[in-house]
Design a protein around this ligand. Structure first.
Ligand code: SF4
Length: 431
């Protein structure tokens, strides 16, 4: 649908502003309003998942209406107050990630580190992708004892760490990687595929369209939309489609919720004090098909053996099948979970800062984030709201950020674009 600038009636982007400034609207205000709207979409996604489990914070709903309403205000709107609102969105997103963490852990139990096979077992199978653990739980319950194996895909991988999901013996493993590989991976999976949230590739290929099912806010033309968590049709399809063959694969590890990491905090602190761990990296965020994302693989593989890498979201598929080993029993690659588990990463950083009696910015910790969609924008704002400085962002900086807004973010938060893995690694280790 074409939208028109609500000031000058030229064709605009999604926000009702053409950003040309011909009407006198400040392009920097427009840039911040775009940022706010994108971030609100991310907040809405996390809020949606929490609400599915019966958890909600009234402040979040109040903020939606106030923040969205603010984007109707135009020409002379104040830049500083708009910036304040954008950072407040970071606070609200942190809150909603906390609510979602509470919802997930109270409903599915506290995650524990869990090895996840990537091979396939002989038998019928269902592939579940997206972020909605409740759908996965329902599929597991409804397929129990029916001779069907259930596989996770993409952001569903961390499900294997949650006790109330991992207890199902037919949760057989993880198949495939990040969302942008769906067309290839869905085509080779013989059974039905259930897409539970966004990051579905459209248009789907005909080779798997008759096996594609969607739930919740995701609907794809030609795919069957499942409502009321009634997966009967999916189960019938699984039993009617060819079986998977027995195929060995690698092993991924997930489930390092902050409670699991902090349960070995003494060991980690001891290793830091003895110089066995020199630096921590958080390499996480969304994956995508854009060239330049090899940066994240190259960086992860280049990181010295006396450093630990925390990761989250689907960007980890760039390197989570590589062998990183451990430092005195502490894994060098620690998967804290889905993108919303950025909350766990912050909890770990804050706890370490308390032990070492310093600020998070003074820790030997560097953050390198890959962004693709709106949840990543919301997470970035949360980190800025928390005062985290020196974040590296890639594969490119958001195009809607104007030079003036970027300068404010760089001056205040030392936000940087990634360069090369070699140069960035030297700079980060020199911190
Ligand atoms: S991490 Fe981002 S890109 Fe990846 S599946 Fe989640 S929302 Fe989509």
């Amino acid at each position: 649908m074409t939208m028109f600038c609500n000031q000058c009636e030229q064709t605009s982007g999604g926000t009702g502003c053409c950003s040309t400034g011909v009407c006198g609207k400040n392009a920097d205000v427009a840039s911040l309003q775009d940022t706010l709207i994108y971030a609100l979409k991310g907040v809405a996604a996390y809020d949606y998942h929490a609400r599915r489990l019966g958890y909600a914070d009234p402040e979040v709903a109040e903020f939606y209406s106030r923040a969205l309403f603010s984007t109707l205000t135009n020409v002379d709107f104040d830049l500083q107050s708009q910036l304040k609102l954008v950072l407040e969105c970071g606070r609200i997103n942190f809150k909603v990630m906390e609510v979602l963490d509470k919802a997930n852990t109270e409903h599915f139990g506290l995650p524990v580190p869990t090895p996840v096979p990537t091979g396939t077992k002989k038998g019928h199978g269902i592939l579940v992708t997206g972020h909605d653990f409740l759908d996965l739980q329902e599929i597991l319950k409804q397929t129990e004892g029916k001779g069907i194996n259930v596989y996770t895909h993409g952001e569903m991988l961390p499900a294997h760490g949650y006790p109330q999901l991992k207890k199902f013996k037919h949760l057989a493993g993880n198949y495939g990687g990040a969302w942008q590989n769906q067309k290839k991976e869905f085509a080779t999976f013989p059974g039905p595929i259930v897409v539970t949230t966004n990051c579905v590739q459209v248009p789907p290929k005909n080779s798997y369209l008759d096996r594609l099912y969607t739930t919740g806010p995701v609907e794809v033309p030609g795919a069957v939309h499942v409502t009321g968590e009634d997966f009967k049709q999916v189960i019938a399809k699984a039993l009617a489609t060819p079986e998977l063959t027995e195929k060995p694969g690698k092993t991924l590890t997930t489930g390092f919720h902050h409670t699991a990491i902090l349960s070995i905090a003494d060991k980690i602190v001891d290793a830091v004090k003895k110089g066995q761990i020199k630096h921590f990296f958080l390499i996480g965020g969304c994956d995508g098909a854009k060239p330049g994302r090899n940066y994240f693989t190259e960086l992860a593989l280049m990181i010295p053996k006396d450093c630990v890498i925390l990761t989250l979201a689907c960007g980890k598929y760039r390197f989570n099948d590589k062998e990183f080993g451990d430092i005195n029993g502490i894994p060098r690659l620690i998967d804290v979970g889905q993108c919303n588990n950025a909350y766990s990463a912050v909890k770990v950083a804050v706890a370490l800062a308390e032990v070492f009696k310093c600020s998070v910015n003074e820790l030997p910790l560097s953050l390198v984030l890959s962004w693709y969609e709106q949840k990543a924008v919301a997470i970035l704002l949360s980190l800025l709201y928390l005062g985290v400085k020196g974040i590296r962002l890639g594969p490119s900086l958001p195009a809607w950020i104007t030079p003036n807004v970027l300068k404010v973010l760089q001056d205040t938060y030392d936000l940087k674009a990634i360069t090369t893995p070699e140069a960035d690694l030297v700079a980060m280790l020199g911190k």
